[in-house]
Design a protein around this ligand. Sequence first.
Ligand code: HSE
Length: 306
Amino acid sequence: MNYNCFQIKVPATSANLGSGFDTLGIALNIYNKFTVQILKENRLIFEGIDKKYANPDNLFYRSFLEVFKSLNLEPPGIKVIENNEIPFGKGLGSSATQIIAGLIAGNIICNNILTKENILNLATKIEGHPDNVAPALYGNLTTSMVLEHETINMVNKVNPIFNFSILIPDFDMPTGEARKILPKHFDTKDIVYNISHALITYESLIEGNIDNLSKALGDKLHQPYRFKYIDDYPKFEKIFKEHHAIGSYLSGAGPSIVFITEKNNITSRKQIKENIQKNFKHWQYRDLQIDKNGTTKKFLTSTVAS
Ligand code: HSE
């Protein structure tokens, strides 16, 4: 290890994409940055986060320790400066950024012994599902499958014909709670509905098939249960339809909502944006781009976070 200070930048992610529950995810261009400095003494210092998270139970730090545990090594003391742009508890993968950054930080200090695949396996184990951690690590569109000790992941590029916009409310929906409200068992026909819709969604996003994507963005496994807690959703659906959006879905476990439009349909987005800003004061509108790089790292000579 020649450097004692480095910065890790992890993108936001939007999981599920409708029917791809715990499987599909995309990376988006808002970022959490973690500047890590190795300390001479065995201390843990956090800056840039609420005091209540600045302790050894911190998700970044627990993930950091996993690397040392898996390699049977002793962790050094560290100072972590967080510069977080991704809103917390909104279904945009902010926890995944903590996990990935903690693992990558640990791995840098351990001379990158772990491969990217090892990192994804550990991240999936910590998060419990791979659909945020995979795109956070790899960027673009990911599809993942979890085996007993391994997460298989494939990365593909979203066709540039599509534009992703997001509506972020001022209320939170913790993933743990949003998972508890889901049924434990489903009808075979609902499972078949989701498998078929997820595959058509995936192919359409890559191929740029607007018509098929508009028909495939349904879901029977989680959205019907979660949308019950988002009173404005039926109104949004009407607005999206009226202004020719291709479709919409709940971002991860919610509560943010993603809608997809044709990139060159600027009028559609403008009208939706105006409507939301005028009539829905509790929701913030943002246009985002697909992040193509996933997690990146750079080595620094000082701890000045940029
Ligand atoms: N697939 C997870 C869920 C995503 O829907 O619960 C959480 O961000």
